[in-house]
Design a protein around this ligand. Structure first.
Ligand code: GTP
Ligand code: MG
Length: 278
């Protein structure tokens, strides 16, 4: 089947501790942590969402930017806003003020920054909806504010997973529609087998590296990648764990030059977790 791959950058916005990182962790890694670890700077994750359009598959490669929710402005945030294609705004249903913040702070900030690139699709998560007896907000409160703008609202829970996939998928659909696709012709492939086999991991690591390098011409990277594969003694079809660990380290050293120590290490940790999951 013919496959078309489309890359889109999305960003999650909202006050501190509303659950942005937790929603991403649920969506990308299927995990939840009760501990609150404030996000420092920015963290980028990736997830592939698949749609079928008649005889072809459309793979939407989400680059998901997780920002910290502190309101003081920063250079990190400026770079994160460049070239975004879609946004998820998150409120915490147990804290009324977090909705007010979306309206008064995050949305105007976004509008100011994306003005030149036009409108981007936005969806709203009303998160922590599992904490029923602590809710200060209802779905209708979100809808009252955001329906007039045409934004879809979801009650979500990063803890139980409620609507997390639905919300991201809806944004994916809207991103495709904004690229001119007819929504009636698209079907989300929800039961795609995401389990990774050993031979796919080396490919996944390399795709991740290429994706985060954000280069227009992938050929530019291929001599470098070939050298790394050789140095790490990784055969794409038959990789060994020590080989993959070596490969991840070589890519980390390279990424450190452009992305900095913190993010390069974060990417390496991510890739090692894929190897460990086999
Ligand atoms: N019960 C419940 N707790 C949640 C949910 N989502 C997040 N939490 C908890 O809320 C706290 C904050 O979550 P984070 O995901 O770190 O919040 P954040 O928006 O990324 O915060 P910053 O990085 O500081 O901007 C953590 O203790 C999470 O365990 C949820 O849906 N339900
Ligand atoms: Mg966070």
């Amino acid at each position: 089947m013919e496959t078309k791959e489309i890359k889109r950058k999305i960003v999650l916005l909202g006050d501190g501790a509303v659950g942005k990182t937790s929603l991403i962790n649920n969506y990308v890694h299927n995990t939840f942590d009760e501990k609150y670890l404030r996000t420092i700077g920015v963290r980028i994750s990736q997830k592939m969402v698949r749609f079928r359009q008649r005889e072809r598959q459309i793979s939407l490669n989400f680059g998901i930017w997780d920002l910290y929710g502190q309101k003081e402005d920063s250079a990190v945030r400026l770079s994160a806003f460049a070239g975004i294609n879609g946004v998820i705004m998150v409120a915490d249903m147990t804290r009324m003020g977090t909705l007010k913040s979306l309206v008064e702070y995050w949305y105007p900030l976004l509008k100011g920054r994306t003005g030149s690139t036009g409108e981007v699709p936005i969806i709203i998560f009303g998160n922590k909806s599992d904490l029923k007896d602590q809710m200060e907000l209802q779905l209708k409160d979100l809808e009252k504010v955001f329906k007039p703008f045409g934004f879809s609202c979801f009650l979500s829970s990063a803890k139980t997973g409620l609507n997390v996939q639905n919300g991201f998928t809806e944004l994916g659909l809207q991103l495709l529609v904004s690229k001119g696709y007819d929504p009636r012709s698209l079907r989300h492939i929800s039961h795609f087998d995401e389990r990774i086999h050993m031979k796919d991991i080396s490919k996944k690591i390399i795709q991740d590296f290429i994706f985060l390098a954000m280069v227009d011409d992938v050929d530019e990277l291929s001599p470098f990648i070939k050298t790394c594969l050789k140095k790490a003694d990784v055969d794409l079809l038959n990789a060994t764990i020590p080989g993959l660990i070596k490969l991840i380290e070589l890519l980390r050293i390279e990424e450190e030059k452009s992305l900095g120590k913190f993010m390069a290490q974060n990417n390496a940790d991510n890739r090692i977790s894929w190897v460990n999951a086999t």
